[in-house]
Design a protein around this ligand. Structure first.
Ligand code: UGA
Length: 429
């Protein structure tokens, strides 16, 4: 089956590579000419485990193609996925101009009946407008559907090949059966619903996961006050199958291109339909507040001030196994520490190139030991496995002061204390 995928970011590129792997003829489209040129030369513009291999395989097998031409991609395509970005606007709503632009370009190049599937995260009211745009520019019939994406960066390929669920929001039998057929080789629960509900599932899932994180971070603050252990509390909660053990890791809070943006967007969407989602606003406030809370911890650990202190930040990406720094906690944290007079030495296994665009006037290192030399404190921001297996004996000798502030409760506090470090976690004693 020929498929067109509009947008070659995380969602689009992974979607395209996965369907190419199942033998379909997939055409990835993007308006970004240099990006398409790179992809044609088998260069994946971001780090995502397993993606390069999958994409190169698809290109070599002549199943995966890239173009800037909608005309080429849409010719004879049975399904077209809209996977373009939906960045946040100042008021929290999504900027949907890329989705609308894609809808217009699809319409202008539609030559036969096609199923148009929205995969980008969008407010559940958008379908009417997308339909209107397509109808404005073509008389060719089409079916609209929604297939929200639940993949996580850092494990995007694995999540796409083994999804927790496949949600298909379809408005016609044709769209439903074609999308079921397309997903046939992928094992996982299927849920067929209407397009609005499909899009609402995506919103609600991200809001719920963000809520779990802010909840556990609030409990961690109480733990700090009373000297209880958040690790044990998370374990104790997770043993209850009604709660589940995932997304109960306390620390610096959530970042990335999804949770912050999607919670703001849901608050804005709720407001539009007449509901004040005060509860979700609070989730966001707790998350934003984690940075100041953590800065206070760093200050206290450094004896009351970070002025002229050399602080080594380990981890810049918003989570491990990705080069993405969008809404990464490292960015506001470093900016605040710098403002307070600290000298920042940062190290990340994959995100340095991206971080350099977001943070200026700090020193970047590829070798964590060089970053730790003469440092007053090690500050763990992203839980890359590489940092867990550091030689802390060596680190202790290199550092000026043996202070660790762990923003992800990731390091072995017992071992570090045995080595003479003063260890500080979040809700962890
Ligand atoms: C998230 C969802 O998990 C995906 O299901 C969804 O498809 C995706 O958003 C999206 O909307 O596209 P992602 O942003 O890649 O995926 O990353 P997560 O693994 O969910 O982590 C998000 C943030 O929460 C990270 O900053 C992470 O460090 C933080 N987090 C996660 C915690 O602070 N504590 C936890 O217990 C778990």
């Amino acid at each position: 089956m020929k498929i067109a995928v509009i947008g070659t970011g995380y969602v689009g590129l992974v979607t395209a590579a996965v369907f190419a792997r199942f033998g379909h003829q997939v055409w990835g489209v993007d308006i970004d000419k240099p990006k398409i040129k790179s992809l044609k030369s088998k260069i994946v513009p971001f780090y995502e485990p397993g993606l390069k291999k999958l994409a190169v395989e698809g290109i070599d097998r002549k199943k995966l193609h890239f173009t800037t031409s909608y005309k080429k991609a849409l010719k004879d395509a049975k399904i077209v996925f809209i996977c373009v970005g939906t960045p946040a606007k100042r008021n929290g709503e999504y900027n949907l101009s890329y989705v609308f632009g894609a809808a217009k370009s699809i319409a202008q190049n539609l030559k036969r009946n096609t199923v148009v599937v929205i995969k980008s995260t969008v407010p559940p009211s958008i379908n009417k407008k997308v339909k209107k745009i397509i109808k404005k520019y073509t008389d060719v019939s089409f079916d609209l559907a929604s297939c929200p994406e639940f993949l996580r960066e850092g494990s995007a390929v694995k999540d796409s090949l083994h999804p927790s669920r496949i949600v298909i929001g379809a408005e016609s039998e044709k769209a439903k059966s074609l999308l079921l057929k397309l997903h046939k080789p992928i094992v996982g629960s299927r849920l067929i619903t209407d397009t609005k509900s499909a899009q609402m599932i995506k919103y609600a899932a991200n809001a719920f996961l963000a809520t779990k994180i802010s909840f556990i971070n609030t409990i961690a603050r109480i733990c700090d006050e009373i000297g209880a252990s958040i690790d044990d509390i998370s374990k104790g909660l997770g043993l209850d199958p009604r709660i589940g053990k995932s997304f109960l890791k306390a620390g610096l809070g959530y970042g990335g291109s999804c949770f912050p943006k999607d919670t703001w967007a849901l608050v804005a969407f709720a407001k539009k339909v007449g509901y004040d989602f005060a509860f979700l606003k609070q989730v966001d406030q707790v998350n934003q507040g984690q940075i100041d809370y953590f800065v206070k911890k760093v200050k206290k650990a450094c004896g009351g001030s970070v002025k002229d202190k050399r602080l080594t930040i380990l981890g810049l990406s918003f989570k491990p196994n990705t080069s993405d720094v969008r809404e990464a906690r490292s960015v506001p944290l470093i900016k605040k520490l710098k403002k307070m007079g600290a000298k920042i030495y940062a190290c990340d296994p994959a995100a340095t190139r991206e971080a350099k665009k977001a943070i200026k006037n700090i020193k970047f290192f590829t070798d964590p030991y060089k970053a730790l030399k003469n440092s007053n404190a090690l500050i763990l921001v992203t839980e890359w496995e590489e940092f867990k297996s550091l030689d802390f004996k060596k680190a202790a000798k290199l550092m000026k002061e043996k202070i660790v502030v762990d923003g992800r409760n990731f390091l072995d506090s017992k071992k570090l204390k045995e080595l003479g470090f003063r260890y500080n976690g979040v809700g962890r004693q």
